[in-house]
Ligand binder design. Structure first.
Ligand code: F6P
Length: 342
């Protein structure tokens, strides 16, 4: 069997670990051949390929990014996109595809599976917002990077008696903010699922200063104020899946806090630092296991599925289960973090 592999959407630490595991097990365990498709769905759409064998996968386990490249190409927004993909898969003798991606990339995989393409999905995203799996790989690395940043910000915030607002990624889901905020001892965590009240945020800032510790506020890029005001700025740019580019909430929040409390407040935007560099041991372990199980699903002819972590087991779930709706932070989980606010 000849298997195509692609990585789509925002990159995340652990993509290379998945590719390596898919290829190693596929070649040695199943006698498969591979072709790498470049830059997400753009690869099969435009016939952009690269050689992919055990040799190409040597040394990539700890490397961030993806040797295949990535993009946010949506073939369903392009005339004849699906037909072109089918044609290119046939032209390269590809019998099955392993698609490694988040809600958008796997959303495309779900639709293609319905249209008869043999595809197995691997869930990736630092946002950890895919349903059907306890965790996506990349998330643990992002949380560790954000936690280290928060740890460092505590001492400088205290030295200068100022508020520090840390803006982390998380468009629709506040998982990174929640986990890093709890692990880093933030004085407040603001997430998209729970609109925030700026008056309450300022009250917590004042309470925190009374303890002689400085407030550290962790905010997801997609967090919104309860009054619906527009604090989440974007450049206005929209990607092929209709997502607006977020960013700016940290700065807006800092200046609002400063003008309301009279305390100096600064913002730190972690941005793509959270997605770059080497994966944690957990993410290498999870990504490797996802890769092994994904290629086994291909060997079993179990298409239209996504591998998923349930407890400590890797299982297969329908791609539609993983992509139908996002996994969001529940009020109960948020309430645990709230115990430490202020
Ligand atoms: O989906 C993962 C993610 O990192 C989001 O948290 C963030 O909003 C988005 O990607 C940023 O995308 P880009 O790298 O295209 O700016």
């Amino acid at each position: 069997m000849r298997v195509g592999v692609l990585t789509g959407g925002g990159d995340c630490p652990g993509l290379n670990a998945v590719i390596r595991a898919v290829v190693r097990r596929g070649v040695n365990g199943h006698g498969f051949e591979f072709v790498g498709f470049r830059e997400g769905w753009k690869g099969p759409l435009e016939g952009l390929t690269m050689e992919l064998g055990i040799g190409q996968c040597r040394g990539i386990l700890p490397r961030g990014g993806t040797i295949l490249g990535s993009s946010r190409t949506n073939p369903f927004k392009i005339d004849d996109g699906v037909e072109r993909i089918k044609k290119n898969l046939a032209a390269h003798g590809v019998d099955a595809l392993v698609a490694i991606g988040g809600e958008d990339t796997l959303g495309v995989a779900t639709k293609l599976a319905d249209l008869g393409v043999n595809v197995v999905g691997v869930p990736k995203t630092i946002d950890n917002d895919l349903s059907g799996t306890d965790f996506t790989f990349g998330f643990d690395t992002a949380v560790n990077i954000a936690t280290e940043a928060i740890d460092r910000l505590h001492t400088t915030a205290e030295s200068h008696d100022r508020v520090l607002v840390v803006e982390v990624m998380g468009r629709h889901a506040g998982w990174i903010a929640l986990h890093a905020g709890m692990a880093g001892g933030a004085s407040e965590v603001l997430i998209p699922e729970q609109p925030f009240d700026i008056d309450e945020v300022c009250r917590n800032v004042e309470t925190r200063f009374q303890t002689s510790f400085a407030p550290i506020i962790v905010v997801s890029e997609g967090a919104v104020p309860v009054d619906g005001g527009d604090m989440t700025l974007s450049s206005g740019a929209v990607d092929a899946f209709g997502h607006v580019r977020l960013g700016g909430i940290g700065d807006r929040l800092a200046s609002e806090i400063e003008s309301r409390t009279g305390k100096e407040a600064r913002a730190v935007v972690l941005g793509h630092v959270q997605r770059g560099g080497t994966p944690t041991a957990f993410d290498r372990w999870l990504a490797t296991r996802f890769g092994l199980h994904a290629i086994d699903a291909v060997a079993a002819g179990d298409f239209g599925k996504m591998v998923a972590l349930r407890g400590t087991k890797i299982v297969r779930v329908g791609l539609d289960e993983g992509t139908a709706k996002l996994k969001l932070v529940s009020p109960e989980e948020f309430a645990e973090a709230q115990v430490f606010f202020g």
